[in-house]
Design a protein around this ligand. Sequence first.
Ligand code: AMP
Length: 546
Amino acid sequence: MNGSMMQQPLLISSLLTHAERHHGEQEVVSRRVEGDIHRYTYRDLGARARRMANALAAHGVGLGDRVATLGWNGYRHMELYYAVSGSGAVLHTLNPRLHPDQVVWIADHAEDQVMFFDLTFLPLIEAIAGRVKTIKAFVAMTDRSHMPGNSAVPNLLCYEDLIDAHEPEFEWPTFDENTASSLCYTSGTTGNPKGALYSHRSTVLHTYAIALPDSLNCSARDTILPVVPMFHVNAWGLPYAACMVGAKLVFPGPFLDGKNLHELFESEGVTVSAGVPTVWQGLLAHVEANHLKFSTMRRTVIGGSACPPAMMRAFQERYDVNVLHAWGMTEMSPLGTACTLKPKHLTLPAEERLAIQAKQGRAVFGVDMMIVDDEGQALPHDGQAAGELLVRGPWIISRYFKGEGGDPLVHHEGVGWFPTGDVATIDADGFMQITDRSKDVIKSGGEWIGSIDLENIAMAHPAVAMAACIAAPHPKWDERPLLVVVKKPGAHVSRDELIAFYEGKIAKWWTPDDVVFIDAIPLGATGKMQKNKLREQFQDRRLPKA
Ligand code: AMP
């Protein structure tokens, strides 16, 4: 017997319609590429998104067509989130930090029809315009007065001209909720990038999940500033969640340095932010150096790579900003876990609470997790056993775009799970902790050493700005940990002092065999440390004899 509730598809356009209707006066504030502040409301956003939907239709963009963006976090990008997906086309957010060859490869693979870009990326567009095969028009996300003169880009259109030329009357179409809505390519370090194709249903369900109190906790009383780029897994879903709950949104544009971010936090009364650890390093350094405070910011979500406990301590103890450690992947829309405490943890001493917060957290409802050993056997959730983390759920990928790479799932008792490539433990309370990426694992004498633990300890040293721990070849143990360190400007610390710093903090055999100091750790397009590059760089390094 079926239930007798209405069959209403879960569609992205309904998020915007809701925001317009119930939070029409709520503000969306953006720092534009030009540097000035733009300010309007959800009502304005809705009207302009509908004008853009009319413009897309007039340019022949239809159901399922891919529309690419190369854009910062800003209101025009937000309009495209809704105009493109809402009208049944697929929003393809390209990462502008990729090499132009990769951008061309991905745009061709996605068969993008139109490409929108912020003016910052004009040189990139000029470099690729003659090479991309399927793009019929390029749209500069600016007004007529800022349009580039005598540009060689063919079929170059102006965003504001498109808006002005079309009416705000547009009926968002209704279609199957499983229709594709947006596309993101993974920043995989090997092989060609692969596309994760989200649907309206997966996006709306993910939005409900991230808004929950024990998740990213978004509400109408919040002012949310996503530092995480809109080209990195849809800014972790915040542009959707803000509409769902009616939060004020603040977009930083390309100005992601500590000074600009802090100014925007203060001037707009930001309560919640979100980004990868590398961004927060710059912000904390600025705030520290200038003896500043956060007068409204109360929470920040940190994920994308492990948040060092030293960073959590700085935010929480010095600035009264609570850190929410979260974990996910492009293939998971992205949220999998968020680390909020259970009631029994609230009375624990601060250090013990911090140790729990350093874990990646508990699964949000909708995500199932298990860990398996090398033979695929399930491991216990005892906080000790570490194995590959498998996930399943309605916003987790079942296959890559165009079936690339075949069936990615592993099957366990007849059920398909997505293998994350992360190595993790899960404790009896359900808290998952990542110890490594499977390809970053250090295997010493057949035993795994967690590089993230080793990095977190190094990061707690006052002279260390950034630390990566990689496997270095070893004649006896196969691999041993090598610590690669970037010192803070003007700070001094020696190899021996750093090695001594590990004493009593971990099992002795986990201590790095050696330390190298370098000027900068290579970062990938989403701000993550590229340990594969470091491994290549130090593959011939001979470790000192123990
Ligand atoms: P991406 O798809 O580029 O977002 O990368 C996903 C990967 O980033 C995950 O599989 C993890 O290896 C890593 N990652 C994301 N969040 C965290 C976190 N909080 N702690 C450790 N690693 C993380």
